[in-house]
Design a protein around this ligand. Sequence first.
Ligand code: SF4
Ligand code: SF4
Length: 236
Amino acid sequence: MLKKIRWYQIVRALMPIAYMLLLIEGVMSKNIIFMGVLMGSTLLGGAWFCGWFCPFGFAQEWIGKLGQLLRIPKIRIPLKAVRWLNLSRYILLGLSMTGLAAVLLLQSPYASFMGVVDRNMSYITQAAWVLMISFLTLSFIIDRPFCRFFCPEGARYGIVSLARLFTITRDETKCISCKKCDKACPSQIQISQHPDVRNAQCINCMECIAACPVKRTLKFGWAFKKYAKMNSPQES
Ligand code: SF4
Ligand code: SF4
């Protein structure tokens, strides 16, 4: 049976293509205003860049979808392992700040892919090509393997997103605990266990909202509603 396609899923599929076209035209390279707006919107509502703009994230996601179409079985990594693996991109981010990982970053599949998009491939080494193609191939069986576990760029947005004012909230009175949201989440976040999503791995893909069978149980909105409710005077 065909799934209902939501408007934001169409917009989310088109945004990275538009972003890549702007990169090719040279409009986006080192655009300070765009970078400022991205950081501001991350602070306000989460890691939009990762889920809505990043060309390498887009490539991994659509290879994953192609895999589903070809009925290639997906691997869901055990949650305990995910918790440890999630740390690696923050370690890489820390290393990159000390300059120790300069060589590693030069081999980064993200940088290589952006080079391909920007038609500037002179700095992509053989090892970088191998890494980039390996991660793209791995995307057939694991959701966004590079984004989730190795991307220092995503780690930066993820950390800033922890302060978000708007997020995905779950109405506990409507939730039937079917866990369809957990299964749909490419970052394997346990949405059904929390009243809202405040997780550095969230990329704002909204797949959890699309998967939820109970209308308006999951919503994107003001993150502090439940605290406001808790602190409001009790009705007698
Ligand atoms: S499915 Fe929901 S919680 Fe998971 S990354 Fe997407 S928006 Fe965030
Ligand atoms: S998909 Fe919706 S109803 Fe099911 S567990 Fe998640 S929030 Fe609750």
